[in-house]
Design a protein around this ligand. Structure first.
Ligand code: UDP
Ligand code: MG
Length: 209
C-alpha cells in the first residue's frame, strides 16, 4: 500500500527535521512505501529552506508545495490532497502533537473497510486554558451553526483514495475541511489518541485566527 502523508505548516522550521525522521522511522519499520508532502502555508521563517534540504536528501520521498502567503490550514491540506498519489492519505500537524503510533490503528480500520478514520484526542491536558477555552467554544459554535463536525478531532485523519476523490467534488471556495469531510459519506470511524505538547514554538492559532 502506498501512503501519502500531507502536512500543512506555518513557521515550523524547528520541528520539521524531527518530524520527518519520526515518519521515516515508522514507515520503514512497517515496510510501507510512502511520500511526505509538506505544504508551506506562507511561512516567514526558514521552513521552506528546511523542506528543500529534506527534499535534496530524500528526493523521491519528500515533496514541497509553497504558498506565496498565509492562506490557512484547510487550503494547505486541500492543495496537498491534489498532489498526493497514495492509496491512502494521512494528514497531520507539523508540531509532533499527533501520536504517530495511532497511525497503525488508522490503517487497521482502513483494512477493515473504513474510508475515513478521524483521530480524536482523548483529553486536553497539554493545552493551555486559552486553547481549551477557544477550541471548545469553537466546536460548540460550529455545532450550533449546523456544521457536522467530529468533536475534538483536529486534522489528524486517514482518507482512502475514494474519499479524497469524493472531497474533490465539493466546490467550496472558503474551505473548512473539518466541516466538509463528514459530508463526503462513506464508512467512517474514530481512533482515540493522546496528544503531546508541541515539539517547538507556539500555537499558530491566536485569538484573531
Ligand atoms: N498551520 C498552517 N497555517 C496556519 C496555521 C497553522 O498551516 O495558518 C499549521 C501549523 O503549522 C500546524 C497545524 O496547522 O502544522 C496546526 O496548527 P497549530 O499546531 O498551531 O494548532 P493547535 O495545535 O494549536 O490547534
Ligand atoms: Mg499544534
Amino acid at each position: 500500500m502506498d501512503i501519502s502523508v500531507v502536512i500543512p505548516l506555518y513557521n515550523e522550521d524547528e520541528s520539521l527535521p524531527e518530524l520527518f525522521s519520526w515518519i521515516k522511522r515508522v514507515m520503514e519499520e512497517n515496510k510501507f512505501t510512502y511520500e511526505v508532502i509538506f505544504v508551506n502555508d506562507g511561512s516567514t521563517d526558514r521552513s521552506w529552506d528546511v523542506i528543500n534540504e529534506l527534499h535534496n536528501q530524500n528526493p523521491d520521498t519528500v515533496h514541497g508545495i509553497k504558498f506565496r502567503r498565509n492562506y490557512g490550514k484547510s487550503p494547505a491540506l486541500y492543495c496537498g490532497f491534489d498532489r498526493a498519489k497514495g492509496d491512502v492519505v494521512i494528514t497531520m500537524d507539523a508540531d509532533l502533537q499527533d501520536d504517530m503510533d495511532a497511525m497503525d490503528r488508522f490503517l487497521e480500520k482502513y483494512e477493515e473497510g473504513c474510508e475515513i478514520v478521524y483521530g480524536v484526542r482523548n483529553k486536553r491536558d497539554t493545552d493551555t486554558f486559552f486553547k481549551r477555552f477557544t477550541a471548545e467554544g469553537f466546536y460548540k459554535v460550529m455545532k450550533a451553526l449546523g456544521v457536522d463536525i467530529v468533536f475534538n478531532h483536529a486534522d489528524y485523519r486517514l482518507m482512502s483514495r475514494r474519499a479524497v476523490e469524493g472531497l474533490a467534488q465539493f466546490s467550496e471556495v472558503n474551505l473548512f475541511l473539518r466541516g466538509i469531510v463528514p459530508q463526503i459519506g462513506y464508512k467512517w470511524t474514530t481512533v482515540t489518541y493522546e496528544r503531546a505538547e508541541r515539539f517547538a514554538g507556539e500555537s499558530k492559532y491566536p485569538l484573531k485566527k
